[in-house]
Design a binder for this molecule. Structure first.
Ligand SMILES: *Cc1c(COP(=O)(O)O)cnc(C)c1O
Length: 368
């Protein structure tokens, strides 16, 4: 989209706070001998954000989206790039072209990566993924995984078997317990025995594995974590698991949206009830006449309104359509605080809303 709208909504990104968070996570991992891959998919690979990772110096920069990584290559990011979603065969050629590392779980795809690496006169680094129960990507059959490792090591000359990894806490909500991570280390050692050398990388998970760093019980030999949320938002570890993350900023991102209407209205719709804008049947609570405010931002911008986090106490999100968000601000009115048309309200983001908002062309990004 070439038209850039003036005014709101805006996403304010505080790059100083982001650099601080990168520094804190980098340091706490380094103390345990762990290097990090900064995962930038959560903020859609916004370039000024990625630059902070490069400035602080992380060992790798990764994304699940090849388009993010291709752009970084074209903008001369020097940090090695890692494709963290299992590559599609149709994108294998460009994975080799733009990425230094990729995570893999299929021998057929590995053979094609090898072929393209040969054509491009390169050696492409691969990390083989094990599934230890979260049931997203990775080999479930560990003997088969060992066979794949042997195949890469011995037969696929343009691939380098850099290491192994796993992922938990994504689909299956599995916790990165010391025992679970140890399963990966044991498997890595079986592979090392099979290939007759040490692996450089044992990649023990994502943000949820930071709990092991904080608790000081990360299994030995894990030497790499892939961290996105824990740096960009630092929200889940304190909010979901009660970890103290006050040494990090939870407000790197601020969403600003503008009030376009303020009126007293009934809280229950008047007339025959059918379906909402998205074809859903909704239950509405009747709380009588309430003060309501409308924002000029909607589901098209952030996905699910119930996941937006208003910074101002007394602002309650009632719902949204594509381009409107409906707020109950009666609690503010009761305290004598008036919301006016033209006011700008601020919101914190969670992971899902960050993904949408950073992806939205409708939302101007402002870096401070
Ligand atoms: C997204 C992703 C990560 C980073 O996850 P966070 O929870 O944001 O730290 C790491 N590894 C893989 C494979 C991913 O897809």
């Amino acid at each position: 989209m070439s038209y850039v709208k003036p005014g709101n909504p805006k996403l304010i990104v505080d790059l100083n706070k982001l650099r601080h968070n990168i520094q804190v996570v980098k340091r706490m991992c380094a103390n345990e001998g762990v290097e990090i891959a900064g995962i930038i998919k959560g903020c859609t690979g916004l370039f000024p954000c990625v630059e902070q990772f490069e400035k602080i110096g992380v060992r790798y920069i990764g994304s699940s989206r090849l388009e993010h990584l291709a752009e970084l290559k074209s903008k001369s990011i020097q940090t090695p790039l890692m494709m963290v979603r299992i590559p599609m065969i149709s994108e294998a050629e460009d994975v080799v072209r733009y990425c230094d590392y990729s995570l893999n779980s299929e021998i057929s795809t590995l053979k094609i990566l090898n072929k393209h690496a040969g054509k491009q006169d390169k050696v492409h680094n691969v990390i083989l993924m094990a599934d230890c129960g979260d049931l997203r990507e990775g080999w479930w059959d560990k003997d088969e995984m060992i066979q794949a490792a042997l195949k890469v090591e011995n037969d696929l000359a343009n691939l380098h078997l850099a290491g192994v990894g796993f992922n938990v806490g994504c689909y299956g909500s599995i916790l990165a317990t010391p025992e679970k991570i140890q399963e990966l280390v044991d498997l890595a050692e079986r592979i090392e025995e099979a290939i007759g050398r040490e692996l450089e990388i044992i990649s023990g998970g994502a943000t949820s594995s930071l709990m092991r760093i904080i608790d000081g019980n990360l299994p030995k030999r894990v030497n790499m974590l892939r961290i996105g949320e824990g740096i960009l938002l630092a929200h889940d570890l304190p909010a979901l698991y009660g970890y103290d993350c006050r040494n990090m900023f939870q407000d790197v991102f601020t969403l600003r949206a503008e009030v376009i209407e303020v009126k007293d209205k009934p809280s229950h719709p008047i007339g025959e009830i059918g379906f909402d804008a998205f074809g859903h049947q909704v239950q509405y609570e009747d709380r009588g006449i309430r003060k309501r405010a409308l924002l000029g931002i909607g589901k098209a911008d952030y996905g699910d309104p119930s996941e937006l986090l208003p910074r101002m106490k007394g602002v309650e999100i009632l719902g949204a359509s594509s381009d409107h968000t409906i707020l109950d601000v009666q609690a503010l009115a009761d305290q004598g605080k008036e919301i006016l048309v033209g006011d700008v309200l601020e919101f914190d983001l969670n992971y899902a809303t960050m993904v949408y908002v950073t992806n939205s062309d409708n939302i101007q990004k402002v870096y401070i």
